[in-house]
Design a protein around this ligand. Structure first.
Ligand code: ATP
Ligand code: ZN
Length: 304
């Protein structure tokens, strides 16, 4: 690790994120949306927090669980697949759980799946008895096989797992899948999901007992505000009083409405936070049910 990285202090939080790769940009964007900004050092492994005492450590995703376990970092943004794999490996080695998942972050979605040659007829887990399965997730796979009562050989590979059946180093694979295009390009088909994954905020099992506790609480609250509002819109409209309950029935994903100037004659003005997608079709439906002057507003953040 870079010599510019100083040991953890008691009054600044340190968050590990991926330096480059699929989770790097969305992790930064999320933290920026939480009001964090950084002065970047020249080697860009350590970014000093400017707006708040929250620093970033830019690392390989594989290192993030260990950095939290060792107390070098207070939080990390990492795939659930990586976190669970390393937690499983720790447990198998008799080590205690040293971190936990705090929040699912809604990006980096993928699934850890079994994939077999296209011409196979998949009949279920018992079919795997005695076979060789190539994977970069040996602990998750071994735990799953054990739970299924299946005795198969786990062939651990650090990359290019999907080529293993062609090279005859394995009969099938267990790998991350998002679109499925890589599998198809290697004449494999996904047949069973072991884990639904996404990027998560991971942190220590034990809470901090110094100034970092307040900072952590503030960060989590802001993050919830950002995550909750990500797909939310503020919907404003007018409607006759007797139409409101029917209109709200058309908005099952909305919060109870707030009435603006409820004491006036004529149509009521109201607003409601809607947490689902508001399509043109939904707006037209609301209009037919009596909503007037419909307006959809983006919401940037909220402490609601
Ligand atoms: P690093 O250099 O940091 O070790 P990496 O090559 O291990 O990078 P990436 O390929 O950037 O990691 O993937 C990071 C995470 O993105 C994965 O652990 C997983 O949680 C998520 N992810 C989402 N879709 C996919 C996918 N199709 N394949 C692999 N990972 C995916
Ligand atoms: Zn990695």
């Amino acid at each position: 690790m870079s010599p510019t990285v100083v040991p953890a202090t008691r009054d600044r939080l340190r968050i590990a994120i991926q330096k480059s790769g699929r989770l790097a940009e969305p992790a930064r964007a999320l933290l920026s949306a939480c009001g964090l900004s950084w002065r970047e050092s020249r080697d860009k492994l350590f970014c000093y927090g400017e707006s708040l005492p929250v620093d970033l450590l830019l690392v390989r995703d594989d290192d993030i669980p260990g950095l939290i376990a060792d107390g070098v970092c207070d939080f990390g943004v990492v795939g659930r697949n990586e976190l669970d794999e390393q937690a499983g490996a720790r447990a198998r080695n008799g080590l205690p759980a040293a971190y936990r998942e705090f929040r699912g972050l809604g990006f980096g979605a993928c699934r850890l799946m079994l994939a077999v040659p296209e011409d196979w007829q998949w009949t279920g887990p018992t079919q795997l008895q005695g076979l060789r399965i190539a994977t970069s997730y040996p602990s998750i796979l071994a735990n799953w096989l054990q739970a299924q009562g299946v005795d198969a050989r786990v062939v651990e590979l650090s990359g290019s797992v999907e080529i293993a059946p062609k090279l005859d180093t394995a009969d099938l694979i267990c790998d991350l899948v998002s679109s499925g295009a890589t599998l198809a390009a290697n004449q494999l088909k996904p047949v069973h999901t072991l884990l639904d994954s996404e990027a998560v905020l991971a942190g220590p099992v034990r809470e901090h007992d110094d100034q970092r506790a307040d900072l952590a609480a503030m960060l989590l609250r802001r993050m919830d505000g950002v995550l909750k509002m990500k797909d939310s819109k503020l919907l404003m409209f007018r409607a006759e009083r007797e139409r409101v309950s029917e209109l709200m029935r058309l908005l099952p994903d909305a919060d109870p409405p707030t009435y603006l100037a409820a004491d006036v004659q004529g149509p009521l003005s109201l607003q409601t936070m809607c947490h689902g997608l508001i399509t043109w079709q939904r707006l037209e439906e609301l209009e037919r049910a009596g909503a007037q002057g419909l307006m959809v507003l983006s919401v940037e953040r909220s402490l609601a």
